[in-house]
Each structure stands twice: as C-alpha cells, then as structure tokens.
Design a protein around this ligand. Structure first.
Ligand code: ADP
Length: 395
C-alpha cells in the first residue's frame, strides 16, 4: 500500500492529490479555493468523474472538511481508499528543516512559528496539518519543505550584505523556494539524458505564476533567485522580482503603508503590473497583436531570466543543461526561443522545430550540435512529495 494523500495549501487554497508513491499515478485530485472569501469553491476529480461546487469555506480546516466531503460524494469515502501516509508541502522550513520531517505536535508548532518568515503560507499549512491529523490520526504525516533543497547554498550566496546582528535577530538570509520542483526536475532531466545527476551542471528555470531560477551542481542547489521570501528574483505573474530596495523606502516616505506596499509588489506587479494580466497566454496574444505594454512586459520578463542565466553560467563554470519547466516554461516556445536567442557563442543552439513540437514528457529542444543541452521537463511537485513521504515512512 503506497497511496499517499498530498496536501498543498496556499494562502487561500488547498490543492490535494491521491497519489501512488511507487508509480506516481494519480487516483484523485482537487482544489479548494477562495478560502476566507464569502463564497469558496471546490473542484474534485476522481478517475473520469469531475464535480464542482460552491460553498462557504471560512478557513483551511473547513477546506480540508470540504475535501473529505467531496470524496464521499464521489462515491468512496477517503477512509476506504487505503491512505498510507499524508504528505504536506510546507513553503518555509527556515534553517532548521533540511529534510522531509515526520510531523509531531512539536514539529507542527515549529512550522507555525516559522510563519514569521512566511505569513501567508505557514499559518495556512498549520491549519491544514491540524485538520489532516485529526482526520487521519492513524497514519504518519510528513512535511516536505520548499526551502530544504536550497539549504546546501554556500554562505556567500545566501547572505545579504546587511548588519549581521539585524540579520541574525530576524532570520534574514536567502532561503529560496520551489525546491521540490527544482529537485524533481533536475533528477528527471538527468534520467532523460541517461547520466547520473552527480555528473551534471544544470540551470533550471521554473516559470509558472511564481518563477525562479536555480543553479544545480551535481544534484546540489548552489544558488537560486528567490530569497528571504518568494518575491525576489525573476519577474512573475503578479510579483515584481528584483528591485532596488530604495524603491520601497521611497514609497514608504511618500506615504505608502506596509500593506499597500505588500499589495503592490506581490499582487499588482510583474506581468500584471506591466500589462494588466498575469496569464502568459493573454500576454503573448496581446504582444503578437501589437500591444506595446505586453511587448515590453515580455521583454522585461525575458531580460530578468537572461540576467540569471548569465550569472549562473559564470557561477557554475558553464553548464551541461538548461531546463525549462512549469506553465510558461513547458508551454511557451516563443519564451524559450527568446531566452536562448543569440547564445550560440556560448554553445546554446535551439532547434526551432523541436522547440515548437507539441509534446508531453521530457524532451530536448536544442540542436544535435548544441554544446549545452536545452530541455523541457514537466515538473510534478505532488509526485515528488508523495515519493519523499513514502521514502521516510517506509524507511
Ligand atoms: P502555478 O505557479 O500557479 O502552479 P503554472 O505552473 O500552472 O502556475 O503556470 C501558470 C502560467 O503558465 C500562466 O501564466 C499561464 O498563462 C502559463 N501557461 C499555461 N499554458 C500556457 C501556454 N500554452 N502558453 C503560454 N503560457 C502558458
């Protein structure tokens, strides 16, 4: 029995999947969203059957209850589906959680306390963890941390150049996020190439609604673009990415409140701020139709990625592979072509036909004579959480 319930709670949502840890096969999945708003929604899929329902979901505990209800309504209560363990994605593990960890009362409290560094996420994880442990008291619960993969980053790359006393007092350093995705994608890329991950220098570009780049040497994260929070780094759907911190001081001085700054930088920046939509498909369409703001947004987005690409090529001393993943990375040939344009001098040559070919699994988009292999590798964070959860509980 290797059926794992994977719970991935965001600030206002709970995503869940019932996964076979051995094969990665998905038995059921769903999404509870708009938690905390007057009317929430749950979408549930089990096999071919899909259902959708609107209901009030005041908090994450209610979200978890809605999920249990959706399983029962679909015909089989989850208690009859042989769940062997529950794997929880946790965004912020701080400096203390470097591995998947069995959740005890004490671990749950530590996850809550780390909410100081991830106020939107860790308290939501905590609520879902409490609800899940009450619903599944007999099975082990495991926390898999988005920050853990990046705990190998050396001090010169994770340290911000500020007063060390202030940094120590407030836990300020680069933590990095999307670690579960960077790990699984780098392993899958190595498997696709038929080489041990330990032999490869990789640059992984996770480009979804959130976006980050990661430099991986021999399977180990050595640098990443997100920092203390998931706001640093690349331009994202609604987040600004890198800024001059002086910009924030300036806005504070002209009267912005902390909450207004938070809204501006997390919700009304990035592609949304530049062109009015955080959906990359809309942006591409508008850019192709000549919309100047969308063309600029596309350019700014690409520019940020290429800056990190250049930095990581130097940090790693060259690369064997550049890997595109997540919604934009997996699905936008135009973006991939723009990121890799005019890098022939560095050994990157895209094959246009391979780049535009439609495909599902891992694939090569570089030309045969490209020195650096450029790949598209779909991410699957849930399968990886299930795998790590199973690995821990079956050890
Ligand atoms: P999340 O971070 O929410 O998991 P995803 O990895 O699903 O995000 O990525 C969402 C992004 O991927 C959106 O901007 C969406 O427009 C983009 N995307 C999805 N499909 C395509 C496509 N065919 N072409 C371009 N962009 C796409």
């Amino acid at each position: 029995m290797t059926t794992i319930l994977v719970v991935n709670s965001g600030s206002s949502s709970v995503k869940y999947q019932l996964v076979d840890a051995a094969s990665g096969a998905r038995f059921a999945s769903g999404l509870v969203e708009r938690i905390g708003e007057p009317l929430g929604r749950i979408q549930h899929q089990a096999g071919e059957a899909r259902s959708e329902r609107e209901l009030a979901v005041p908090d994450h505990a209610a979200g978890f209850a809605a999920m249990l209800d959706a399983f029962a309504q679909a015909g089989t209560p989850i208690s009859e589906l042989g769940v062997a363990a529950v794997g929880h994605r946790v965004v912020q593990g701080g400096s203390e959680f470097v591995e998947p960890t069995l959740i005890t009362d004490e671990v749950a409290e530590r996850i809550l306390a780390l909410g100081e560094l991830a106020p939107l996420h860790n308290p939501a994880h905590y609520q879902a963890i409490v609800a899940a442990r009450a619903a599944f008291p007999e099975v082990p619960h495991v926390a898999v941390f988005d920050t853990a993969f990046h705990q190998s980053i050396p001090a010169e790359a994770y340290t911000y150049a500020i007063d060390t006393t202030v940094a120590a007092e407030h836990g300020i350093r680069r933590y990095g996020f999307h670690g579960i995705s960077h790990l699984v994608v780098s392993r899958r890329a190595a498997a696709f190439l038929g080489k041990p991950v330990s032999s490869l220098k990789q640059i992984v570009l996770h480009l979804g609604n959130g976006a980050s780049a990661c430099a991986i040497d021999g399977g180990i994260s050595v640098d990443t673009s997100m920092g203390l929070t998931p706001l640093e780094g690349l331009v994202m759907g609604t987040r600004s990415g890198d800024l001059d911190p002086g910009l924030m001081l300036h806005l504070l001085r002209v009267g912005y409140s902390t909450d207004q700054l938070d809204q501006l930088l997390n919700k009304r920046s990035g592609l949304m701020g530049l062109a009015g939509s955080n959906d990359f498909r809309d942006l591409q369409r508008a850019a192709e139709e000549g919309d100047a703001a969308s063309q600029l947004a596309f350019g700014v987005y690409v520019h940020a990625i290429r800056r990190y690409l250049g930095a990581y090529l130097v940090e790693l001393g060259g690369a064997d592979t550049i890997v595109f993943t997540a919604g934009v990375g997996e699905n936008s040939p135009a973006l991939r072509a723009a990121v890799c344009a005019e890098l022939e001098w560095f050994g990157v040559r895209i094959d246009p036909a391979r780049n535009t070919a439609v495909g599902g699994g891992p694939r090569r988009i570089s030309a045969d004579h490209s020195r650096i292999e450029v790949l598209v590798v779909p991410t699957d964070e849930e399968a990886e959480i299930a795998r790590q959860t199973w690995q821990l509980v079956s050890a």
